[in-house]
Design a protein around this ligand. Structure first.
Ligand SMILES: Nc1ncnc2c1ncn2[C@@H]1O[C@H](COP(=O)(O)OP(=O)(O)OP(=O)(O)O)[C@@H](O)[C@H]1O
Ligand SMILES: [Mg+2]
Length: 389
């Protein structure tokens, strides 16, 4: 039993007591009162062999147990320098004080219990809300994936038939070319051919979106793809492009011309989104994706090794409503004639057809980052997905 409160010379500052006594349960007068749960008045302490003296000289003592719900919480006692200082009236007073103290302690205990319960409830509520939010985010992503899947199926059917028609149109225009000599007719024919070629490109982007493009995958070094495109710079990006290539990049198996196309599409979008001085950062990297570090992606990926191609700009950013539609075929915010809205559709279809996924992070006024993840392939050509978790 430890002395926790005192009045008198042991508590000169009215806050905490000095040198608190420690008395074994069942020992001394206070220990015995606690054990037996019976109050005691000792008229002459010198004659009591149980007495354990405190700092102030005392000759008589009164001690009452504090009992709550049949549990002994402690004792209250009072000492006096004179012999026989305490009588039945003091016993009654101290018993009343003990009862009031016990009741107060019960209230404090209950307050503590209910505050603990309240904190537990708050924690549970926060956990539930987080769970609800993450379930909602998952549902949204699932819905998006299904929506794109069904648009893809529709687009694929349409693009496939149209591709066949365009092949016939192009073939016949070429046959006609040898048949006509009039310059005017040749000019009409050229216009017709150019339109058919543009149409073919659109159809190929649509086929790519619906993952029906004809790919010839080959082991490629993505660093080389990026370096070649930046060097060739056939779309005139110039010095706004900064490149950071990872060393010892894992190789990947991709269709080279589709990879070029996808990168050009992302760079064009980045440039269109930027200010005149806007920079475009292109980087490559090896990424080990696990369940715990999986970023939000257009579609689920198995944990494993991936090569990431990142195109980042510091332009307009994409609004919350638009970001759900940017991969839709024909979704464009560009003026009529400037964009067909197939660039990102092609990118997504190509990446998915290659076993990867796309991650987009964007902030209005600050820019956007497009991450393409491709499954890494080891040097001997085996996919490393299941080998290195
Ligand atoms: N980096 C970006 N920053 C801001 N908005 C973007 C970015 N990339 C794409 N977008 C938005 O997504 C839309 C669709 O992009 P997408 O590349 O599919 O089509 P497009 O660029 O409009 O036309 P296309 O690429 O066919 O010429 C864009 O019109 C634009 O609103
Ligand atoms: Mg585009």
């Amino acid at each position: 039993m430890t002395q926790v409160a005192a009045w008198g010379e042991k508590n000169p500052f009215g806050r905490s007591i000095l040198n608190p006594l420690v008395i074994p349960f069942g020992k001394g007068i206070t220990g015995t009162v606690a054990q037996e749960r019976e109050p005691a008045i000792i008229d002459d302490l010198l004659k009591d062999q149980n007495y354990i003296p405190d700092t102030e000289p005392a000759r008589s003592e009164i001690c009452v147990p504090l009992v709550l719900d049949n549990r002994v919480l402690g004792v209250i006692d009072s000492e006096h320098p004179a012999i026989g200082a305490f009588g039945p009236a003091d016993l009654e007073t101290l018993t009343t004080v003990a009862a009031m103290t016990s009741a107060k302690l019960a209230l404090l205990e209950e307050a503590e219990r209910s505050s603990r319960r309240y904190n537990d409830l708050l924690k549970t509520h926060a956990e539930l809300s987080a769970e609800k939010d993450s379930r909602r985010a998952l549902e949204t992503r699932l819905f998006e994936a299904r929506r794109l899947e069904s648009i893809g199926r529709l687009t694929g059917k349409f693009a496939h038939d149209f591709n066949n028609l365009l092949t016939v149109v192009c073939g016949n225009l070429e046959l006609l070319e040898g048949e006509i000599s009039s310059p005017d007719a040749q000019a009409f024919l050229q216009d017709g051919k150019e339109a058919a070629v543009r149409g073919t490109k659109l159809i190929h982007d649509m086929l790519a979106f619906s993952r029906k493009a004809r790919h010839v995958p080959d082991l490629i070094d993505l660093n080389k793809v990026v370096a070649d495109i930046c060097q060739k710079d056939d779309r005139g990006f110039g010095p706004i492009v900064e490149v950071s290539l990872a060393s010892q990049l894992w190789s990947i198996r991709l269709d080279r011309s589709a990879t070029d196309n996808a990168l050009r599409n992302l760079m064009t979008n980045a440039r269109d989104a930027g200010t005149a001085t806007g920079r475009i950062l292109i980087s490559t990297g090896n990424v080990r994706l696990s369940r715990s570090n999986m970023p939000p992606l257009t579609n689920e990926l198995e944990p494993g090794n991936y090569v990431r191609l990142r195109v980042q700009d510091f332009g307009s950013g994409i609004s919350d409503t638009d970001v759900y539609r940017i991969f839709d075929p024909f979704f464009t915010t560009k003026p009529v004639g400037s964009g067909s809205g197939l660039g990102l559709s092609m990118v997504l279809g190509f990446v998915q057809q290659s076993g990867g996924a796309v991650g987009v992070t964007t902030c209005i006024g600050q820019g956007s980052t497009f991450d393409l993840y491709f499954p890494a392939t080891t040097a001997d050509g085996n996919n490393s997905l299941t080998k290195r978790p």
